[in-house]
Write a protein that binds this ligand. Structure first.
Ligand code: SAM
Ligand code: SF4
Ligand code: SF4
Length: 345
């Protein structure tokens, strides 16, 4: 015996998948009402969002992240709702980037409040920034933000973020819906080619149960790719790592990269290494989950070993592969799926 404690092996789920990513919803509220995520008719002025005291404090989020890192998590993504509505978010980022084992902290934002926070986010150690932008057309943007508009503020923030630079780069997420913003595909590509910013197209997904999802509104990535390729030829790139969500392509003329997140037409559950933590402390092992596990009882005790054992059990019991099962046949609803604003995108 050399007296050294041997580390238990990192957990694998029931499909032998390791756990690498934790997405943390720091805020359930949002300053947009994108109809495909938080339609105004449901998320109206009287909607019962969490009270601030119900949201996990930074110390609890940090603790879950620290213990997740012991189990194999290396990447964190802060999301929501709109994460920049959470007061003092950069203080949390500071704490998370300092955690042993965590080598990448990213943020997904609608960009409205981004410009004023760029320097502090950068200085807190944020590695990667993803900004959602579904349209460059003011009328379409207004519709897709649920009448909130702010296209000018988002574009300014994107330009200034590009000047500021983030070590892991900047991405734009564009969710394309049939007959809504299909006309934006080529303008978005033209705008972000040759800028160093990676544009990614996301298929409209059946997350939650309140966004009126229907298969006919999905524009398959293959169609988007065809349209882009006809104007700006592209070639596929090999995945950078196992479990990469986006299929990546590069412009053959050296204009940079684009990506496709094709949860509906080309599911990627086989390598899915993500769990999600809601702002009130529930953990979910799939974006399409109907139930999660409440971490709050374990968080009220200072016993880190017990929290680690609980997280290990949760990951080891995971068998989720919703997108693979849904594709090609949409499944009958098996229950209320958790909404994306709550679980985090
Ligand atoms: N509010 C932030 C934002 O919009 O970037 C972060 C949270 S939002 C839920 C994260 C991402 O989820 C956004 O890029 C959004 O476009 C995407 N999203 C939301 N609902 C979706 C849906 N039904 N299908 C596909 N993507 C969706
Ligand atoms: Fe808000 Fe993002 Fe959902 Fe739009 S996609 S409503 S910005 S959380
Ligand atoms: Fe992962 Fe669930 Fe999405 Fe499949 S459907 S990739 S298991 S989050």
């Amino acid at each position: 015996m050399n007296g050294k404690k041997t580390e238990p092996p990192k957990p694998r789920d029931l499909l032998a998948r390791p756990w690498h990513d934790l997405r943390i919803s720091v805020m359930d509220r949002c300053n947009f009402r994108c109809p495909y995520c938080m339609p105004q008719s449901v998320f109206h002025d009287d909607f019962a969002f969490l009270e601030s005291g119900q949201r996990l404090e930074f110390s609890a989020i940090e603790r879950v992240a620290r213990i997740s890192a012991r189990l194999g998590v290396t990447k964190l993504r802060l999301t929501g709702g709109e994460p920049l509505l959470r007061p003092d978010l950069t203080a949390l980022i500071h704490r998370l980037t300092a955690l042993p084992g965590i080598d990448d902290v990213a943020l997904t934002t609608n960009g409205v409040l981004l410009d004023r926070h760029l320097n502090t986010l950068h200085d807190a150690g944020l590695s990667r920034l993803t900004i959602s932008l579904d349209s460059l057309d003011p009328v379409v943007f207004e519709h897709m933000s649920g009448g909130r508009d702010k296209l000018g503020a988002v574009l300014t923030a994107i330009d200034n973020a590009a000047k500021r630079g983030f070590p892991g780069g900047i991405k734009i997420n564009a969710m394309i819906q049939r007959d809504v913003n299909e006309g934006d595909i080529l303008p978005l590509v033209s705008r972000f080619r040759n800028t160093g910013i990676t544009l990614r197209f996301i298929e409209f997904m059946d997350v939650g149960t309140r966004n009126h999802w229907r298969q006919s509104a999905v524009v398959p990535s293959a169609i988007i790719l065809q349209r882009i390729n006809a104007l700006y030829p592209v070639e596929p790139l090999a995945p950078l790592y196992r479990g990469e969500v986006a299929q990546r392509y590069r412009f053959t003329d050296g204009g940079g990269e684009i990506g496709f997140i094709s949860s509906v037409t080309a599911p990627f559950c086989g390598d899915c290494s993500r769990a999600r933590l809601s702002s009130d402390g529930q953990i979910y092992t799939c974006l399409f989950a109907t139930t999660g596990t409440d971490l709050r009882p374990a968080l009220t005790s200072p016993d880190d070993e017990a929290l680690e054992a609980l997280l290990r059990r949760i990951w080891q019991g995971r068998a989720d592969r919703y997108s693979e099962i849904r594709n090609p046949e949409p499944q009958p609803d098996s229950g209320e799926r958790i909404e994306m604003y709550y679980i985090g995108g």
